[in-house]
Design a protein around this ligand. Structure first.
Ligand code: GDP
Length: 314
C-alpha cells in the first residue's frame, strides 16, 4: 500500500482508534483519506453503506468503527453491543469486497479470547473455552467479524486481515465515568479528586485483575504496518507485551495526576476477567515493536485530558 497515493477509508475516524489512524496516515503523507461522520453515514444501515462504497470505491479500508465501552456499558446494553457491531462489520466487509477494495483491516479486541485462557494469550487460543460474561456480547460480535474476514478470504479471495488489540488508551478516549474503561475513568476521578481536595478515589473491584495497556498511536502504527506487510487469515495480536494490576495502574495514574489521597477499592463492583495479556510474538516476528511506555503514555494522555477536560465532562 502506498500511503501517499491510495484512497483510504477509515471507518470510525471519530473514535479513539480511528482518530489515531487518521493521524498516522496523515503523518505518512496520505492525500486521499476518506472519512464520514455518523450523521453522514450510519454504518449499521446496509443501504447507506452500499451506496457509499459504490460511490467512493476506496482502495483500502481500516474498519475501526464499533460500538465500544467498558465493563458497565457492556453490562447495561448487551443488545446494542451485539447488534451494532454485527451490523457495522457485516455491512462494511461485504460492501468492501463487492466494490473491489484491495485490502481491509478489521479491528477486533483481546476480549475475544476465553476467560480462562492461558496467559499470555496466543492467537490459537480463540474459541478454546467460555468467554468472560461481562463482555461476551461484544466478544461474540468481534469473533464473527474476524471469522467473516477469514471466510471472505477463503471463498472470495478477499484480502481481509484482522488485528486484535489489547486495552487501548490515549488522546480522544472516552472519559465518561459510566461507560469508559478503567484507565480514563481513573484519570478523571483522580483529577477531579485532586481539584476538589477529596480524601479518596473509588476504584472498582479488588484491584487485583491484571490488564495490558497499549497507547493508541502505537496501535495505529501497527495497523499500518500490518496493512503493508501481512496477508493471512490468522488474526494478529497487538499489545505492549506486559501487564499491570489495576491497583498498580491506579497508583501510577494518581502519581501522574498529582493526587495524594487514598485509593479506596470497592469489591461490590465486578472485577471482570482476572488477567488479559496478549502474546505478541506473531507481530514482533513480523518486525514491529511498540514505542510508547505506560508512564510516558499516561503523562501525554493526561496532558491531552487537561486541555480537553471541560468539553469531556459528560
Ligand atoms: P475490562 O478490561 O473489559 O474488564 O473493562 P474495564 O477497563 O472497564 O475494567 C477493567 C478493570 O478495572 C475491572 O476490574 C474494573 O472493575 C476495574 N476498574 C476499577 N475502577 C474502575 C473504573 O472507575 N471504571 C472502570 N470501567 N473500571 C474500573
Amino acid at each position: 500500500m502506498n500511503v501517499q497515493d491510495a484512497s483510504i477509508y477509515v471507518a470510525g475516524h471519530g473514535g479513539l482508534v480511528g482518530a489515531a489512524l487518521v493521524r498516522r496516515l496523515q503523518a505518512g503523507g496520505a492525500t486521499r483519506l476518506i472519512v464520514r461522520t455518523r450523521a453522514e453515514l450510519d454504518l449499521r444501515r446496509q443501504d447507506q453503506v452500499e451506496r457509499f462504497f459504490a460511490a467512493e470505491r476506496p482502495d483500502y479500508v481500516f474498519l475501526a468503527a464499533a460500538h465500544v465501552g467498558g465493563i458497565e456499558a457492556n453490562r447495561s446494553a448487551p443488545a446494542q453491543f451485539l447488534r451494532d457491531n454485527l451490523q457495522i462489520q457485516t455491512n462494511v466487509i461485504d460492501a468492501a469486497h463487492r466494490n473491489a477494495v484491495r485490502k481491509l483491516l478489521f479491528l477486533g479486541s483481546s476480549c475475544i479470547y476465553p476467560r480462562d485462557a492461558q496467559q499470555p494469550m496466543r492467537e490459537e487460543y480463540l474459541l478454546g473455552g467460555a468467554l468472560e460474561s461481562t463482555n461476551e456480547w461484544y466478544a461474540i460480535a468481534k469473533i464473527a467479524g474476524l471469522k467473516m474476514c477469514q471466510a471472505y478470504r477463503r471463498e472470495f479471495g478477499f484480502d481481509a486481515i484482522s488485528a486484535m488489540p489489547t486495552n487501548l488508551y490515549g488522546p480522544g478516549d472516552n472519559f465518561s465515568l459510566r461507560t469508559s474503561h478503567v484507565l480514563p475513568a481513573l484519570m478523571r476521578k483522580c483529577d477531579e479528586a485532586r481539584q476538589a481536595r477529596a480524601p479518596a478515589v473509588e476504584v472498582w473491584g479488588s484491584g487485583t485483575p491484571r490488564r495490558e495497556f497499549l497507547h493508541v498511536d502505537d496501535l495505529a502504527d501497527a495497523c499500518l504496518y500490518l496493512m503493508q506487510h501481512y496477508e493471512s487469515e490468522q488474526p494478529v495480536n497487538v499489545g505492549w507485551g506486559r501487564d499491570v494490576s489495576i491497583a498498580e495502574l491506579a497508583r501510577m495514574i494518581a502519581a501522574v495526576v498529582g493526587f495524594r489521597g487514598e485509593l479506596r477499592f470497592d469489591p461490590s463492583r465486578p472485577d471482570g476477567t482476572p488477567r488479559k495479556l496478549l502474546d505478541v510474538s506473531r507481530l514482533t516476528t513480523l518486525g514491529w515493536q511498540p514505542r510508547i511506555g505506560l508512564a510516558e503514555g499516561l503523562a501525554s494522555t493526561y496532558a491531552w485530558y487537561g486541555q480537553h477536560r471541560d468539553a469531556l465532562r459528560t
